[in-house]
Design a protein around this ligand. Structure first.
Ligand code: SF4
Ligand code: SF4
Length: 241
């Protein structure tokens, strides 16, 4: 059947009218920044202090877009006769975001919490080679990683915080011995303040002070001689009756 002349125009106008009455969903980016969810997968940040160069992330990455170089370093023994230790030192850590498919496997498998998602997404480049982010750039992304959600009120302290606190207590040179129980939390009484004048004052030389000291050394009189004693009524003796 031949199409009715003008039916296409009528259909188009109908679509236009229908769309005009709907709420617009267009975001005015870049004039208005999008309101992204906190767990958005924008870019990966590296906290290299936590990285032990275990290579797990590079091995598990399905795109083989993580490049890690390292060398071994020998740490001398801490005590005489002790054993030397060796550790891996990171030389290069890079992620090629032109290959990355944002699966998040590297972040999931990292056993030392060295990789994190950042919601930043504005890192487009005109040269594809610039999409390989080296460790310095990956560290910069770390400062855009949102803070983790707060713990439940009754939750245990995270083991990282406990370990860090114990290490800080060990490293503090003048830490006083800890006591347990409620005494540990009681405030100490404040020490009396000594002014400069008091600190330089000589030994007590006032005459009344020395007199008081002498009087204290003299033997006390028997109670019978004191006026207070004589004023009191004496007990009746048998001869007085
Ligand atoms: S997100 Fe996936 S593809 Fe991207 S670097 Fe990590 S493991 Fe590789
Ligand atoms: S898995 Fe974590 S600790 Fe191991 S090399 Fe990758 S980032 Fe470093």
């Amino acid at each position: 059947m031949a199409p009715v002349p003008g039916s296409g125009l009528a259909k188009g106008l109908a679509v236009t009218l229908r769309t005009m009455t709907k709420k617009t969903v267009t975001e005015q980016y870049p004039d208005v920044q999008p309101d992204l969810p906190p767990r958005t997968r924008g870019v990966i940040g590296l906290f290299e202090e936590n990285c032990t160069v275990c290579m797990l992330c590079a091995r598990e990455c399905p795109d083989w877009c993580i490049y890690i170089d390292s060398h071994k370093e020998t740490i001398p023994a801490a005590t005489p006769g002790g054993r030397e230790r060796s550790r891996n030192v990171l030389d290069r850590f890079a992620i090629d975001f032109s290959l990355c498919m944002y699966c998040g496997i590297c972040i999931e498998v990292c056993p030392f919490d060295a990789l994190f998602w950042s919601p930043e997404f504005e890192y487009a480049e005109t040269d594809i080679r610039d999409l390989t982010h080296e460790r310095d750039k990956l560290r910069e992304w770390m400062w855009t990683v949102p803070a983790p959600p707060a713990l439940d009120p009754g939750a245990e302290e995270p083991k990282e915080l406990t370990t860090a606190r114990r290490t800080a207590e060990k490293l503090t040179p003048h830490t006083e011995p800890q006591t347990t129980g409620p005494q540990a939390t009681e405030p100490r009484p404040a020490k009396p303040q000594v002014t400069d004048a008091q600190a330089t004052r000589p030994e007590v030389t006032e005459p009344h002070a020395t007199e008081q000291a002498r009087a204290a050394e003299q033997p006390t009189r028997p109670l019978g001689d004191s006026k207070q004693q004589t004023d009191q009524p004496r007990p009746d003796r048998e001869g007085d009756a």
